[in-house]
Design a protein around this ligand. Structure first.
Ligand SMILES: Nc1ncnc2c1ncn2[C@@H]1O[C@H](COP(=O)(O)OP(=O)(O)OP(=O)(O)O)[C@@H](O)[C@H]1O
Ligand SMILES: [Mg+2]
Length: 295
């Protein structure tokens, strides 16, 4: 089985920590590690990810048209807008997560590290390693806690097998989960609390050292204390990681994002520095949305 670590369901099957659940034992995937490391993109001062005149839709329906957005290395951008405006569809377009969704289409250009993401030189699995994703609902793989963290590292052969326990520990510590799980790495992740599962998914997403992390309402199912933890972590990661976060929580956008983009009625209404977007928006729809009159 080819492990697509970006997908909600897929998992690499070979156990390192022992697994409490039966799963595919097909072994790690023979896939060369990506040639470039995370820091190589972050060092460049041009946008790491660019959408130009992007339209997306399903079948006859256009969800968004003519979106232009750039994501600068080391920044956090919030995508806001009312339910159904296309935030998730757009976000998932950035790492080709929608490719297999029935009826999905996209026009315009999306370039990662200067290359169109749909070009045949771009391996979608490598793209999803470098442009990772965290979903609204935690989606641990059906394997042990320890194996979850290193699933992508193994699939992409980013570290020798003997180093995997150290990699798992490093990223569990990074997300603040180590002390809670250090004595149960071989256990099922499904007995962890929802918040702990989400932290585990974050650890898994970070362990492959992506350049960009796409986060689709990552804290909407978390309690305020865990939400604070996740926000602190994202802020700490920001200098070395480019993040795009979808959120309905406008206070969260203000706390986290340097740039905010407002999507509404099938288009990108306005984007800019977060404080200005909230304090002095240019467009009447943005004024209405940030003041709570629409959405
Ligand atoms: N697989 C699909 N097939 C057809 N239409 C879809 C599909 N997925 C999403 N849509 C439609 O595309 C539009 C945008 O959906 P999307 O999930 O991107 O919105 P959203 O802004 O993320 O909303 P929310 O804030 O509720 O998560 C909606 O009208 C939705 O019904
Ligand atoms: Mg959504």
């Amino acid at each position: 089985m080819v492990a697509d670590i970006g997908s909600p369901e897929a998992h690499d099957g070979s156990g390192t920590f022992g697994s409490v659940m039966a799963h595919d034992t097909a072994g790690a995937v023979a896939r060369p590690a990506a040639a470039t490391t995370s820091s190589s993109v972050a060092l460049l001062d041009h946008p790491v990810l660019v959408a130009r005149d992007v339209s997306v839709g399903f079948g006859a329906k256009t969800v968004l048209a003519g979106v232009d957005l750039e994501f600068t290395p080391g920044t956090i951008t919030a995508l806001i807008g009312p339910t159904g405006c296309g935030k998730s569809t757009f976000l998932r377009s950035l790492n080709r997560m929608n490719d297999k969704v029935r009826g999905y289409w996209r026009t315009g250009a999306i370039e990662f590290d200067g290359e169109e993401i749909s070009s045949h030189q771009m391996d979608p699995l490598v793209l999803r390693r470098r442009v990772g994703m965290v979903f609204q609902r935690p989606n641990p793989f059906p394997m042990s806690i320890g194996d979850n963290v290193v699933a992508g590292v193994k699939a992409h052969r980013l570290s020798p097998r003997r180093e995997l326990p150290a990699v798992a520990e490093r990223f569990l510590r990074e997300v603040g989960l180590w002390s809670a799980v250090s004595d149960r790495l071989s256990d099922s992740p499904f007995r962890l609390s929802g918040g702990q599962q989400q932290l585990l998914c974050l650890a898994r997403a970070l362990a492959v050292e992506p350049d960009v992390l796409l986060l689709d309402e990552p804290t909407s199912s978390l309690d305020p204390v865990t939400t604070d933890m996740v926000e602190d972590l994202l802020r700490q990661l920001a200098p070395g990681l480019t993040m795009v976060i979808v959120t309905h929580n406008l206070a969260q956008a203000k706390r986290l994002a340097g740039t905010t983009a407002f999507l509404y009625n099938g288009r990108l209404v306005e984007t800019g520095e977060t404080e200005r977007m909230f304090e002095a928006p240019n467009e009447p729809e943005t004024v209405s949305y940030v003041s709570g009159r629409i959405g």
